[in-house]
Design a protein. Sequence first.
Length: 95
Amino acid sequence: MKIQPLHDRIVVEPAEKEEKTASGIILPDSAQEKPLRGTVIAVGPGKMLDSGQLAPIGVSNGDTVLYGKYSGTEVSVEGNDLMILRGEDILAVID
């Protein structure tokens, strides 16, 4: 898949929805929450500052990240569901 985000945008493949609780209860589709974790698959060049320089983004391809519940835009590319987020929507990188 070829996708290149612009400016300070990041393309993330969301993790699978939790279908079971930790105790083994199976959740119906209506009770499943939107995942807040995903894997970075593409990163834009960075945000253009007033000085004309690019501010780099603190994540790279392959990083697992946490993002806000209502942040980003959901898109479908070649049958894959993806999220396009701004750099500031990323809350943390998971090691």
